[in-house]
Write a protein that binds this ligand. Structure first.
Ligand code: AMP
Ligand code: ZN
Ligand code: FE
Ligand code: FE
Length: 285
């Protein structure tokens, strides 16, 4: 058995489970380990780690960063130190930029005739790293839209009336920042980069030179062919395979912790391989 999930979100960013509830859910469904990888924040990690100690689930502290790229590129840092000053200063900068972006999106929503204020969003989000899913939930609670899909299609998605792109670090900066903090750096859901096999291979080689350690091979939206391609690229390039559901709770109800859309069922051996690599690199586990 011994299954894991190395990509999850909590209320510290745009998930709907608190870190404690997430770890409790992991325990209740029998997972051995999860990584908490909230967007642009380590704010949920200490609470997840103390829940882990109480509930007997292994929690790997992490975070997820969007980086500048022609397609959509996300980077996961695993085994980040929750209170690391330099990392937290950089993540704080990203959250300040998020707030400025959110204000513009709210202004655009108001221009589109939706009566909403940033205060309402903050009331729902608390001290989370606020993003589009929070705005989406407020729009749904108010009845301005009737589904997540509608919120993103009409307003929040790239073709929506209120869309504003997010400020991001370059991959170079994101990876070096995480490596400086002794993290294991994983390329998240590579399908989102929309690259042909050859281009992806070249990109992985470039990212590995920058410090990339692994690739999220197993992900709910990956087809069988994509999964086997990413897996063989990991073998060829000596990158660590990772996997996770990208669980967000009720804002993405079709994604289940540890299962994704069905039977993700990831073995603990993925974590063991990462720990072995970290030991070789002289890093803590
Ligand atoms: P942000 O970081 O503020 O740009 O928000 C990104 C988050 O919005 C992603 O992590 C997803 O959780 C969510 N998201 C993006 N596009 C969609 C969509 N079409 N439907 C539902 N959720 C989405
Ligand atoms: Zn998210
Ligand atoms: Fe992502
Ligand atoms: Fe994610």
């Amino acid at each position: 058995m011994s299954q894991i999930d190395l990509h999850t979100h909590s209320t510290a960013s745009d998930g709907t489970y608190t870190p404690f509830e997430l770890v409790r859910l992991a325990r209740n469904i029998g997972l051995k380990a999860i990584a908490l990888t909230d967007h642009d924040t380590t704010g949920g990690l200490n609470s997840a780690l103390s829940a882990a100690r109480n509930l007997g689930v292994e929690v790997i502290p992490g975070c997820e960063l969007s980086v500048q790229y022609k397609g959509l590129m996300h980077i996961l840092g695993l085994w980040v130190i929750p209170d690391a000053p330099a990392l937290n200063a950089a993540l704080f900068e990203l959250r300040v930029k998020r707030n400025a972006r959110n204000e513009v999106m709210i202004e655009k929503l108001r221009k589109a005739g939706i009566e909403v204020t940033y205060e309402e969003i903050k009331r729902l989000a608390g001290d989370a790293a606020i993003g589009r899913p929070h705005i989406c939930r407020v729009l749904m609670n108010k009845g301005s839209v009737s589904s997540v899909q509608e919120a993103f299609d009409r307003f929040l998605g790239p073709n929506g009336k209120a869309y504003v792109p997010k400020e991001k670090f370059d991959p170079e900066k994101a990876i070096s920042m995480l490596k400086n903090e002794q993290a294991t750096v994983i390329l998240a859901h590579p399908f989102s980069m929309s690259l042909q096999q050859n281009e992806l291979r070249k990109e992985l080689i470039r990212l590995k030179d920058l410090g990339l350690d692994g690739v999220e091979v197993f992900y709910p939206e990956h087809t069988k062919d994509q999964t086997s391609l990413y897996s063989s690229l990991c073998n060829e390039l000596d990158l660590l395979p990772s996997g996770g559901s990208d669980f967000h709770g009720s804002i993405k109800p079709h994604i289940k912790l540890g299962k994704g859309t069905g039977n993700l069922n990831l073995p603990y051996s993925l974590v063991e391989a990462m720990k072995n690599r970290r030991a070789e690199q002289g890093l803590w586990t």
